[in-house]
Design a protein around this ligand. Structure first.
Ligand code: SF4
Length: 510
């Protein structure tokens, strides 16, 4: 037994969930400086930077989606992997109990949430033996929004705007650019991509994810891949997707490429997309006690450099005076006066609802009156306090998953405002126009920032779906978001996708 191993792992998980590593902070600081203040991209990045500092200060989750815990463990010969695995699982359950991880492990057949992040396949733990005397544990928490934007290409392939991608490094370049373009803001850009050239379908994705354990500022030891990484960084940032898909000059903060041998008949390019909330840390542990001897990716003896001065973080959302206040319940007339690009400050009652709630509302009447209501695509982290609850992390989730339901729910129940991230499709856009509703894009991952806009929890419905999927009744004040789809048929997401597609086409040949 290693007496300190469990506590060390709880510390690793907690720190990873709440404190971004210095290399990611540095890349995000560069992004903040690159986007002009007052632009949509600039405002989004300011909120993200505030959120990073708030999470570190309160030791709360950076994003409410604390992702799929994936551990890469190296052990000396003779270490008991059965015991270590059991203790890692206990540490995951303990970190969940402490609110550092959201209960995220769902039975794929029944939909039931295990409540402690344990279940078949969760967490993911990979062991490897090495000839060092210590144990090394590295952890990445990669959320569902960015995981859903992963992509795998079998070359040769015909790609939108880019034409044929052949079995060559040039074809790889096209595939990765295509993946970044396709992701738009859905994976909470600016993001980073880990890429694997080759392997088979499973080893390719695994190796792509492993590239995300490299630091963003390292240089690929293979000069051919180093030059490809540089080219993709430059070109991806010329697409104009921008932070949260709002357009802008920063779409990617990292591109890390590895290669595996392949079968002669296959040529896969696997792309693992990670969001700006790029949570990855590691520790070295004494192999007899399990105590942490050193940290990886961060200086374990000093706090990380803040993203912003403390008074800027304390000041909250940087208003310009042009923001439109909206107080729920909201009238159709007020909604029809809004247009794409307006920044609004929402106050009053907001109901959360994501996948399970949307599916439920297609078959059952809502448990609350949704007329004039604000529906927030969000699966919060919630702490029970006495007879009530406190929301400890509450950023938006990816809205496109609700595309099959949204227009019908607007039509049936009179919802006036949908808040989420990443935008929605043509059917919802038509539904907004028909029903007199708008879609507001909040800043993905800004879970601490938005939790501070929630004054209290007034109730909860549909708790049988588990904490993230239940319908929470929130009282919010001055919750900032941007109108990205209005009631007049306009969509910023559609426009940015089309414009970035045109730019992608200019990168077809080099
Ligand atoms: S920042 Fe966005 S993509 Fe990343 S985990 Fe959070 S919600 Fe998901």
């Amino acid at each position: 037994m290693l007496p300190a191993f469990l506590d060390s792992l709880v510390e690793l998980i907690s720190r990873t969930s709440t404190d971004l590593p210095p290399d990611v902070r540095a890349a995000m600081r560069t992004a903040v400086q690159a986007e002009a203040p007052g632009t949509r991209a600039g405002q989004a990045l300011t909120i993200i930077a505030q959120n990073i500092d708030q999470a570190a200060a309160c030791e709360g989750p950076i994003c409410q989606d604390t992702g799929m815990p994936t551990f890469e463990v190296k052990v000396p010969v003779g270490a008991n992997q059965i015991v270590l695995k059991q203790q890692i699982r206990e540490a995951v359950a303990e970190a969940t109990r402490r609110g550092k991880l959201r209960p995220n492990s769902v039975d794929s057949i029944t939909g039931e949430n295990s409540g402690n992040n344990l279940g078949p396949g969760t967490p993911i733990i990979h062991f490897e033996q090495w000839e060092e005397p210590e144990i090394e544990v590295r952890l990445i928490l990669k959320g569902g929004g960015c995981e859903n934007t992963n992509a795998q290409y079998a070359l040769p392939a015909e790609l939108d705007h880019l034409g044929r991608a052949d079995r060559s490094l040039e074809g790889v370049r096209k595939a990765v650019l295509h993946a970044v373009w396709k992701a738009q803001g859905k994976g909470c850009s600016p993001g980073a991509v880990g890429v694997c050239i080759g392997g088979d379908r499973t080893s390719g994705y695994l190796h792509a994810k492993e590239q995300l354990f490299r630091t963003l500022d390292d240089t690929n030891p293979d000069p051919r891949l180093a030059s490809l990484e540089d080219a993709i960084m430059d070109e991806a940032n010329r697409l104009g997707v921008g932070p949260m898909g709002f357009s802008g000059g920063t779409s990617l903060i990292g591109c890390k490429i590895g290669a595996l041998n392949r079968l002669p008949a296959s040529f896969f390019v696997s792309v693992a997309y990670d969001c700006w909330a790029f949570r990855r840390l590691g520790v070295r542990l004494d192999a007899t006690s399990g105590a942490i001897t050193s940290w990886m990716y961060r200086d374990g003896t000093a706090p990380a450099e803040p993203m912003l001065p403390a008074d800027v973080v304390a000041a909250g959302f940087p208003t310009t005076g042009r923001e439109v206040p909206l107080h729920a319940p909201i009238s159709e007339e007020q909604i029809r006066s809004l247009k794409v690009g307006d920044v609004v400050l929402v106050s009053g009652r907001v109901f959360t609802g994501r996948d399970a709630v949307h599916a439920h509302l297609m078959k059952h009447a809502p448990p609350v009156d949704l007329s004039g209501a604000v529906l927030y695509h969000c699966g919060p982290v919630v702490a029970k306090e006495g007879d009530g609850w406190r929301i400890t992390a509450a950023g938006p989730t990816t809205s496109i998953r609700e595309e099959p339901y949204q227009a019908e729910i607007l039509r049936r129940y009179g919802v006036r405002v949908v808040i989420g991230k990443g935008g929605m499709g043509a059917e919802t856009l038509a539904g907004l126009e028909e029903s007199g509703a708008v879609y507001l894009n909040a800043i993905g991952g800004a879970a601490q920032f938005y939790a501070r806009c929630i004054e209290r929890v007034d109730g909860v419905s549909l708790t049988e779906f588990g904490t993230p999927e239940a319908m929470w009744h929130l009282q919010v004040r001055d919750f900032p978001a941007i109108v990205t789809m209005d009631a007049h048929g306009n969509s910023l997401h559609r426009d940015v996708e089309a414009e970035s597609g045109r730019r992608l086409a200019t990168l077809a040949e080099r």
